[in-house]
Ligand binder design. Structure first.
Ligand SMILES: NC(=O)C1=CN([C@@H]2O[C@H](COP(=O)(O)OP(=O)(O)OC[C@H]3O[C@@H](n4cnc5c(N)ncnc54)[C@H](O)[C@@H]3O)[C@@H](O)[C@H]2O)C=CC1
Ligand SMILES: CC/C=C\C[C@H](O)C(=O)/C=C/C=C/C=C\C=C\[C@@H](O)C/C=C\CCC(=O)O
Length: 274
């Protein structure tokens, strides 16, 4: 996919990985809607990006991704502003083991809702141009995370959902034109991770092994991979039209595509005919 003049929709785009990806899309000539619950951060992000890339190319829509109506409205406002939609990045996420229902709602339910609601605007057979849905998982979606079991459950859910959607819709891709992929970064230097330095904040959020995790983050955060590195690899995946159903692990050593185990039943639609 040539990113020039394409339109991206990024939840959690006011900060961290979402913001870095928004900026890189703009550098490639795309237009971007930053979708975020934090109005102050969202407006600040857009005013910074507008100075560099032009007011006509970036917009902010306030949206709590746990509210279906907000997500629908955000899609409508994005298309009203830019006239099309090509890239959906369901990226908003939180760390809160205490409030695991909210955690699941933001990190997993909203990814499914954003995919289902967005799909109808992308589908070529429903008036769209085709495109790509990129869901944000984590290395914690591929392996256990002893400090964050509920978080890991949401991120495993994102991998399972994204691969399953890709498989179930791949046979008709010429009709709808939509690809589904997910990215799985290791620990990255962002405001979300910097917030883990405070043991009080970890305890309030019910995070396991709080003191050990706080020490680990304080000692390692400056050497962690940067959001710009996640964004560079995310953009490559977005643009690569050969990739559908990919789970891209991103670590300081580079990227790797993690394949699911083989199983003959219901991994592809041919088996439904048996
Ligand atoms: N930083 C890391 O080490 C890693 C982060 N991730 C994932 O990447 C994504 C982005 O994380 P970061 O950039 O690190 O965090 P961040 O905290 O810098 O950015 C997250 C953004 O999501 C927004 N957000 C939170 N709840 C929301 C809601 N209900 N509705 C709309 N927006 C909401 C926040 O306001 C914030 O702007 C998350 O899904 C996270 O789980 C994955 C792997 C590693
Ligand atoms: C106490 C020692 C620190 C880490 C080991 C442990 O496995 C763990 O659970 C650490 C989690 C740290 C998470 C911090 C931010 C989360 C971001 C994620 O999206 C994934 C990144 C890293 C997971 C690291 C891991 O599980 O080892």
């Amino acid at each position: 996919m040539n990113l020039k003049d394409k339109v991206g929709f990024i939840t959690g785009g006011a900060s961290g990985i979402g913001y870095a990806t928004a900026e890189l899309l703009l550098q490639h000539g795309a237009k971007v809607a930053i979708i975020d619950v934090n109005s102050e951060a969202g407006r600040k992000a857009v005013s910074n990006l507008a100075v560099k890339y032009g007011e006509a190319n970036v917009t902010f829509v306030k949206c709590d991704v746990t509210e279906d109506g907000d997500i629908e409205e955000a899609f409508k406002q994005t298309i009203a502003k830019f006239g099309r939609l090509d890239i959906i990045m369901n990226n908003a996420g939180i760390l809160n083991e205490s409030n695991y229902k909210l955690l699941i709602s933001v990190n997993l339910t909203a990814v499914i809702t954003g995919t289902m609601l967005g799909l109808k605007y992308l589908r070529k057979d429903q008036g769209g141009n085709g495109g790509v849905i990129l869901n944000m998982s984590s290395i914690s979606g591929l392996k256990p995370s002893l400090c964050l079991p509920a978080y890991a459950a949401t991120k495993h859910g994102v991998v399972g959902y994204t691969r399953s959607m890709a498989n179930s819709m791949a046979a008709d891709i010429d009709v709808h034109g939509v690809r589904f992929n997910c990215v799985c970064p290791e620990c990255t230097d962002t405001p979300m991770v910097r917030s883990l330095e405070s043991v009080d904040s970890l305890n309030r959020r019910g995070i396991h092994h709080a003191q050990a995790l706080s020490n680990y983050v304080s000692e390692n955060v400056d050497d962690m991979i940067k959001a710009s590195y996640i964004a560079e690899n995310t953009i490559k995946l977005l643009a690569d039209e050969t990739k559908n159903g990919a789970a891209m692990l991103i670590t300081s050593k580079g990227v790797a595509f993690i394949d699911p185990p083989e199983h003959p039943y219901f991994t592809d639609r041919a088996n439904l005919k048996r």
